[in-house]
Design a protein around this ligand. Structure first.
Ligand SMILES: Cc1ncc(COP(=O)(O)O)c(C=O)c1O
Ligand SMILES: N[C@@H](CCCC[NH3+])C(=O)O
Length: 438
C-alpha cells in the first residue's frame, strides 16, 4: 500500500512521509513515487517466475514513466527495459542502464534510431514490420554486425479494454499478421540472414487488462505459432515474450486480478501447452509498465479558485490538470482523489475537480466526494504513476511538475520542476532572423 493516513493530523502519507509537507517543501503540482512499491511489484513478478522454475525476464515498458531515476532504481533489480524512441534510449544510457538489457520497440523506427541502437549494441530489436526488417538487414550488412531480434506478431486477441489501448487484434498498426502468412515470411527472411539472431516471438495484446483470459489466449496462439515454426522451419525459439498490459486498481470498484496472479495463470498455461506440443520451455519475457509504476505514484495539487452555482456541482480548480495528467481528458480515465490535508471528515460535498488549462474538458475528477475544500488545501490523486508524467505537455506554456522519489523515508528530486526558461529554451528569435535575411 503506497499511501496511508496519519491519524493525529489526518494527513495523507506516502512511503511514510506527510504529503502536505512534501507539497510545501517541493511545491505543487508535484508527482511523488513510493520507490518500495515499485520494488515490491518487480519482486512479485520475479518470485512468480521462480515459483514455476521458469527463466523469466521482467522488461519494464519505459513509456509508462521514463526518467533517469526509474532506470537507476530498476537496474540493480536485474530488470530489463524496453524503449520506443531515441529519447527513451538516451535516457536509459544517461542513467547507466546496461544496453544489453534494453530492447527496442516501435512500429516506425527511423534509420537514426536503429543506427543509435546498433552503435550502442542494444540487447534486442523487436522487429515490427517488413520495412524495418529490411532496413535493419541493410544497416547490419553495411556494418557487418549481428544483433538479436524478436519478431512481433499480432495474435488476433483483443483484450477487453479501452479501444485506443488495444493492440493485439488483427486490425492493428503493430506487428506481423499471423493468419496471412506475414509472420512466417518474416521468420523465413530473418533466419536466412546471418546478421540476425532470431531469439523468439513477441506479442502485446493491450493495456489495463484485469484478468488473465486474454493473456492465456495470446499465449496459446503464440505456442501454436512456435509449434508450426518448429515443424515447418525446424526453428526453436529461445524467447516467448507475452508483452505487458497487467491492469491496476484506479478507483473503488476496480477489481483487477493481481499482476502476479495473472502471470501465474499464464505460466501454468504455457507449461501445459508446451508439454502437449513437446516443445522446450523458452525464456518467458513480460513487459509491464503500468503495473510497476502506476500504483506507486500520486499527484499533489493545491486548490485555488472555485465556482459555485446554486443547483450545480461546484467546480474546484487545482494548479495542474491535463498538462500533467492527460488521461482523464483522453480516455475518460477515473482517479481516486483524497483531500490530503484533511483526509476524513463527516461532512462531505460532491465537486468537479478541474485543472487550470483552457479546455472545458480539463476535468481531473468529474464527480469527487470529498470533505469540503477551501483555497490552499492539497488534493492528491492516487495511482497516477503510469502514463502521467510521460504523457505530460506544456499546453498553455505551463511548466511540467517536479517528480520526487520517496525511498526509505527520504525524498529526492528525480526531475526538477520546469521553469519558464526551460519552456523558452527552444524558441528562436524570428524577428532577428527575419531581419538578418533581409
Ligand atoms: C509493446 C508494449 N509492451 C508493453 C507495454 C506496457 O503496457 P502496460 O503499461 O499496460 O503494462 C505496452 C503498452 O501498452 C506496449 O505497447
Ligand atoms: N497511454 C495509455 C497506455 C498506452 C499503452 C502503450 N502501448 C494509458 O495511459 O493508459
Amino acid at each position: 500500500m503506497t499511501t496511508t493516513v496519519e491519524s493525529t493530523k489526518n494527513h495523507l502519507m506516502i512511503g511514510g512521509m506527510d504529503t502536505v509537507k512534501l507539497a510545501e517543501q517541493f511545491g505543487t503540482p508535484l508527482i511523488a513515487y513510493d520507490t518500495q512499491d515499485i520494488v515490491r511489484q518487480v519482486k512479485a513478478f520475479q518470485q512468480t517466475f521462480a515459483n514455476h522454475r521458469i527463466d523469466g525476464i521482467v522488461s519494464y515498458a519505459s513509456k509508462a514513466f521514463c526518467v533517469k531515476g526509474i532506470y537507476q532504481l530498476l537496474a540493480p533489480l536485474g530488470v530489463h527495459a524496453d524503449v520506443v524512441s531515441a529519447g527513451e534510449m538516451a535516457t536509459a544510457f544517461a542513467a547507466g542502464f546496461p544496453a544489453s538489457r534494453l530492447s527496442f520497440h516501435g512500429n516506425n523506427k527511423s534509420v537514426d534510431e536503429l543506427t543509435m541502437a546498433l552503435d550502442h549494441h542494444l540487447g534486442t530489436i523487436i522487429v515490427d514490420n517488413f520495412v524495418e526488417l529490411h532496413l535493419l538487414q541493410r544497416l547490419l550488412q553495411e556494418r557487418d554486425e549481428t544483433i538479436a531480434i524478436q519478431i512481433r506478431v499480432t495474435p488476433g486477441v483483443s483484450a477487453h479494454t479501452h479501444q485506443y489501448i488495444q493492440t493485439g487484434q488483427v486490425d492493428s498498426k503493430f506487428g506481423f499478421d499471423i493468419g496471412s502468412g506475414q509472420a512466417d515470411q518474416a521468420l523465413t527472411e530473418a533466419l536466412a540472414d546471418d546478421h540476425l539472431e532470431v531469439r523468439g516471438v513477441h506479442a502485446h495484446i493491450g493495456s489495463q487488462i484485469f484478468e488473465s483470459t486474454g493473456f492465456v489466449m495470446a499465449a496459446e496462439k503464440l505456442i501454436e505459432l512456435l509449434t508450426h515454426w518448429h515443424e515447418a522451419f525446424g526453428y526453436s525459439a529461445q524467447v516467448l515474450n507475452i508483452g505487458g498490459g497487467f491492469g491496476i486498481k484506479y478507483v473503488e470498484g476496480d477489481d483487477p486480478q493481481s499482476p502476479e496472479d495473472q502471470l501465474d495463470t499464464v505460466l501454468t498455461t504455457i507449461e501445459a501447452r508446451l508439454g502437449n506440443h513437446h516443445l522446450e520451455m523458452p525464456e518467458i519475457w513480460i513487459e509491464p509498465g503500468r503495473s510497476l509504476v502506476g500504483p506507486a505514484g500520486i499527484n499533489l495539487y493545491r486548490v485555488g479558485a472555485n465556482k459555485r452555482v446554486p443547483g450545480l456541482l461546484p467546480y474546484v480548480a487545482v494548479d495542474g490538470g491535463m498538462g500533467d495528467n492527460i488521461r482523464p481528458a483522453l480516455y475518460q480515465a477515473a482517479y481516486e482523489p483524497v483531500l490530503a490535508n484533511h483526509v476524513e471528515d463527516s461532512s462531505k460535498e460532491t465537486i468537479h475537480i478541474v485543472g487550470k488549462y483552457c479546455e472545458s474538458g480539463d476535468i481531473l475528477v468529474n464527480e469527487a466526494t470529498l470533505p469540503v475544500t477551501k483555497t490552499g488545501d492539497v488534493i492528491a490523486l492516487l495511482a497516477t504513476g503510469a502514463y502521467g508524467y510521460s504523457m505530460a505537455s506544456n499546453y498553455n506554456r505551463n511548466p511540467r511538475p517536479a517528480v520526487i522519489f520517496i525511498d526509505h523515508k527520504h525524498a529526492s528530486v528525480v526531475v526538477r520542476r520546469e521553469t519558464n526558461r526551460d519552456i523558452l529554451a527552444l524558441d528562436e528569435d524570428f524577428k532577428k532572423s527575419a531581419a538578418e535575411a533581409r
